[in-house]
Design a protein around this ligand. Structure first.
Ligand code: GLY
Length: 272
């Protein structure tokens, strides 16, 4: 695995998915349009809801983007963990009733192991506990060690917001090594510390949940994936946290100069 700059990673991702016939679109605005449910765009799929629900026709059934995002619930974690930011960019590939689980999984693995050249032995995968289809693809088609494919419950591996399109998801985590572990004896995949960093979430939107709580199978299921660009940059650059990736450091150096404060000199320092 070689060092790669954040801008190069973004370009490699978008061109990889162009090679899979996805249409590259610019990031949508951070300010949602015609969506009163969100103050700020929080994921690659958020500006595309109209294409997922079928209210509008997408420009192509396969799309890829790098979306500007802000997740307000994450703000409490900023500065406390290595992996949460206020503003971040989310890489994503999407399918509107076109390719599905098999392609989404195998392309994600190809991108990580062939394009990024991340060693397989630091990668872990989670799947929804009832999604045997996804587990079977990971283990029997891709060849991932079954001990590295971990079943998790609805709170971790099921993507839904009220009623409407929803489905199980599969997350790819990078084991950054014991130096990032919280040191607790039970620290393992799923621990809240910074050792096993979730980098990419593959959502298999295969149900339409109705008002009575029934999960009705969609005739044309969709794919929605989201990967934190800065998190992947952290891995590719071997740095401690999001604030140490190349592009963020460039900004931070200027701020440090203006503020007269050096990064990491005093962790308790607060500007007045
Ligand atoms: N839409 C997938 C994610 O944000 O994780």
């Amino acid at each position: 695995m070689n060092y790669m700059g954040l801008n190069e990673i973004r370009e490699k991702f978008l061109s990889f998915f162009e090679s899979k016939e996805c249409l590259r679109l610019d990031s949508f605005s951070l300010v949602p349009k015609n969506d009163a449910s969100l103050l700020l765009i929080n994921s690659g799929m958020a500006p595309m809801k109209k294409w997922f629900t079928g209210a509008e026709v997408p420009p192509r059934k396969r799309v890829t983007t790098c979306q500007k995002c802000i997740r307000t619930p994450d703000i409490e974690c900023v500065g406390k963990t290595a992996r949460h930011g206020t503003f971040f960019e989310m890489l994503g590939n999407f399918s509107f009733g076109d390719y599905f689980k098999r392609e989404a999984i195998s392309w994600a693995w190809e991108f990580f192991t062939k394009v990024m050249e991340i060693p397989e032995d630091i990668l872990w995968v989670t799947v929804y506990e009832e999604d045997d289809e996804a587990r079977d693809i990971w283990v029997n088609e891709i060849g991932v060690n079954p001990e590295r494919v971990v079943k998790m419950g609805k709170e971790d591996n099921f993507w839904e917001h009220g009623t409407g399109p929803c489905g199980p998801c599969s997350e790819i985590h990078v084991d950054r090594g014991v130096k990032y572990s919280c040191g607790k004896p039970d620290c393992k995949l799923g621990c809240d510390c910074d050792r096993f960093m979730e980098v990419w979430n593959l959502v298999f939107t295969q149900f339409d949940k109705d008002e009575d709580g029934n999960y009705n199978r969609l005739a044309n299921p969709n794919i929605d994936t989201g990967m934190g660009l800065e998190r992947l940059a952290c891995v590719m650059q071997g740095v401690d946290n999001l604030f140490e990736v190349d592009t963020v450091q460039n900004t931070m150096k200027h701020i440090s100069k203006f503020a007269g404060v050096n990064y990491k000199e005093n962790e308790n320092f607060l500007l007045p």
